[in-house]
Design a protein around this ligand. Structure first.
Ligand code: DP6
Length: 331
């Protein structure tokens, strides 16, 4: 007996960053975060429950994934199996239509698509909030990719295992935006987010300050999105990224995600602003820089970014829709 379903999800980029977990929790974030889901790039995932299998298989972009990634997939499948009272193992085929080294976490779109495809393949009805909760327990940023547009993921609470999904804040059109990804290297990052944030929480004297400040930044960013105020959003998003990185840099030993070209891009973005062009940066756990601007400024900002020595290419995304089932299958 085969049971299968396919789903698609987009990556998301955090404007208010998640960095740090509630100790002893089921991967609940220590700070609230807010992201925008990005159209134009997607992960498609097919899940096939198959009685001929002795264990779960996970293929990413046509090749067997590494064991830690497979374990995360198994963790999510186990949740779905127990909900559906199913014992079958699954084959999971996942494909990104954007390069892994693009500086956009394929894990976010990957686990969001997996949550939708796995529950559908198990015969369970669609439930984006529950799927978001399941994805969050495996990788918190992926909880936000279940929804389209601007999306928040609240902080968890200590000593409490509870239902904690992301939730939509505003639809894609609420604040017209372009996100330009300045790709700085083909190498994949050295310190994965999970390790980087746990190390920051354990050793950085600035971690506590970051957690306190992150709540205030989140409130400003949320208000800016709801007001449709790109400038207020951009300013606060820069502050969130820099405060997150400051906490990581102050860890022992410091976690430094930036390359020389990363800093060049930050300086150039600020020069653009001084010359009257509205552009703001944000940076995740890697050296690439994502630049926010109004749709009308996209071409000018792209040109300036492409001229920076060391920028390999510039990808463009705009606010998009949440994770959803699609026809067809990856086999
Ligand atoms: C810097 O969601 O990858 O991209 O929950 O441990 O899997 P885990 O972490 P992950 O962390 C993302 C960190 C970030 C900021 C963000 O997306 O909010």
């Amino acid at each position: 007996m085969l049971r299968q379903a396919t789903a698609l999800a987009h990556p998301n980029i955090a404007l208010a960053k998640y960095w740090g977990k509630v100790p002893g929790s089921d991967n609940a974030p220590a700070v609230p975060s807010l992201s925008v889901t990005l159209a134009g790039m997607a992960t498609t995932t097919t899940v096939i429950f198959d009685e001929g299998l002795a264990h779960d298989l996970f293929e990413l972009n046509g090749a067997s994934a590494d064991e830690p990634s497979r374990q995360r997939v198994v963790a999510l499948l186990d949740e779905v199996r127990s909900e559906a009272n199913l014992s079958l193992r699954a084959r999971v085929h996942s494909r990104n239509d954007f390069p892994t080294a693009a500086g956009l976490a394929s894990s976010a779109s990957g686990f969001a698509a997996l949550a939708v495809a796995a529950r559908a393949a198990a015969g369970l009805p669609s439930d984006p909030a529950w799927e978001s909760h399941l994805a969050r327990r495996v990788s918190a940023s992926s909880a936000r990719s279940l929804f389209g547009g601007y999306v928040e993921l609240p902080a968890g609470e200590e000593g409490q295992q509870r239902f904690l999904p992301a939730k939509p804040v505003a639809p894609p059109g609420a604040l017209p935006l372009r996100v330009l990804v300045a790709v700085t290297t083909e190498r994949t990052k050295e310190t994965l987010s999970t390790r980087g944030m746990n190390h920051t929480a354990q050793t950085s004297p600035y971690y506590r300050a970051w957690v306190e400040h992150a709540h205030r930044l989140f409130a400003r960013i949320r208000a800016a999105v709801l007001a449709g105020d790109l400038e207020a959003l951009g300013v606060a998003a820069e502050e969130s990224a820099l405060a997150m990185h400051a906490s990581a840099i102050a860890a022992a030993p410091g976690v430094i995600y930036w390359l020389g070209v990363t800093v060049e891009i930050l300086a150039t973005v600020r020069e653009m602003r001084s010359s009257g062009l509205g552009a703001w940066f944000t940076i995740d756990a890697g050296p690439h820089v994502k630049v926010l601007c109004a749709p009308a400024d996209e071409a000018r900002v792209k040109k300036v970014l492409e001229a920076i020595p060391g920028v390999l290419r510039v990808l463009i995304a705009s606010p998009g829709e949440g994770a959803r089932r699609v026809d067809g299958a990856l086999l």
